[in-house]
Structures are given as structure tokens and as C-alpha cells.
Ligand binder design. Sequence first.
Ligand code: OGA
Ligand code: MN
Length: 290
Amino acid sequence: MASSVHVEPLDSTLGATVRGVDLGAPLGDEEFEELHAAWLEHAVLVFPDQFLDDESHKAFSCRFGRLERVITRREGSTEVISNLSNVRGDGSLIAPDGNRALFLKGNSYWHTDSSFKRVPAKASLLSARQVPSEGGETEFADMRAAWDRLDAKTQAHLEGKTALHSYRYSQGKVGGLDVLSETDLDNLPPVEHPVVRTHPETGRKSLYIGRHASHIVGEDAAASRELLETLCEEACRPPRVFSHSWTAGDLVMWDNRCVLHRGRPYPSDQPREMRRTTVAGDVADNEWAI
Ligand code: OGA
Ligand code: MN
């Protein structure tokens, strides 16, 4: 039987809108396979009108693999939903210049989630509960197309190189490190990842860079940092980017193995309530996977 899933590619090298599926209900294997294939092809899927609660958000996310526990100040936490909101539990808004705001501000620089972990994340699924009247878009950039457009000399220079990714480095530049416990920071020592990654499921090469990448291992730190910054700036340009303007109820899922993303500013006196799960990288011994 033909499924009701409808995938409409966006006007850039990545991204598609998916309609005709209720992610809050259990998905059949065929429907799941259809979504999985669309996700591998388009790298970012936008699902309007889902209004997932935490349980259905987690249940859908789990179809893609084990979930990462969130980094938090609470010792021993097994929470898997990141609360990326400017709204506190009691409904009040966070201080625009406080540590929590600085922590969230880190997300406004191009990055790929958890690249500062030994095993970086596979997918992220972000759900909008409440959105501001303006701003607060999330932008996505296609690192497959960014790799493809590099000239042969630059590709040859980058091939086989690794970069050092460090949360203390990236978040230290922005501030707000105080929202994490020393234990969790100690659990996040700098790690090395290839600058050019081959996607384990599609075989496509992509640039693996972003704000957590401090410099290239074995090269001059300042010069290689500048190179990474230039690469990122040139990668994140049309037609390799699209901007998602959120409507409450949207769920967006992206492939952290080949996509960079960043959040855009919004008025600090308006609530923006976002919840995220992170699917852990597919390896057996992943200390962050639940
Ligand atoms: C994220 C993220 C940006 C945003 O959820 O991982 O970086 O727009 N979000 O909230
Ligand atoms: Mn992010």
C-alpha cells in the first residue's frame, strides 16, 4: 500500500518538508524506512504540525538509535531532553545577560551537535513549543555540498587531517560555562575528529567543522584556526543554506554528520520554548548514550 508520506524538497542543496505523517503515533517499519531514506538524502527534515509531547518525541527519536543524556549541572542525571528555552519552569523568562542566556548564545554560532564528544552525535530532533513573533530562526548548512565545491588543492590539503574539538574552547569564548558541573566539563576533554568525514550510511564526504573545532592537529594553531573559520564562512552560503522560521508544533530533525546549524537572535522579552533530543553516534561503547 502506498504510504501517505509526502516529501517536498526545499530550494537549497539540503532540507525537505514532510507532511502526511503523525510522528506522535507508532510508525510502521515501511513508513519509518521512507522517512529514514528521505532524511539521508535531504539531511534536514521539517515536520510541521506535530505538537509532540516529551514521550512521543523520545519514542520517535529512539527509532534512529540510542539517545545521548544531556550535559547538565545535576550529577548522575539520565535526562535525554535538552531544554533549549529562555523560559523557566515557573514561566518567567531568563535574564538576557545571565549564564543561561550565554549558554544558549553558544548555539548562535555555526556548529554540529556534540562534536566536542569522543563519539559525536548522529541526529538532533528539535521541537518548537512556543515561538517569538519575530527572529529565532534556525539555519542549516550542507557540509556535503561544501566539500564538493572545494578545489582539488584544498581538498588534498584537508584530506586525512584531524581537528581538535573542545567545549571549553568553544563555550569559553561565549561564556556561560557555569551552567555545567565541573564533573561534566572534566568528562569533556578535547577530542580529535577528521576534518573530512565519510558518511557511514551514504558514503558521501563532507566537511566536519564548526565552532567546537579549535584548530587542526599538527598545524600552527592560529593559522589553522583561521583556515577553519574561512572554510566555515564560505561553506555556509547559498545555495547550501536554508533558514527555518519556526511555527509552534514543528519538529525538525537533522543529520549532525553532514550539517551545520545555528540559531538566530530573537527579542529577549518573548518566550521561545524548544525541546531537543540527540541521537548518539552509532558505536557500542558510547559513554553518553542511554
Ligand atoms: C540545537 C541548536 C539552535 C536554535 O538545538 O542544537 O543549536 O535555534 N538550536 O535553538
Ligand atoms: Mn545545536
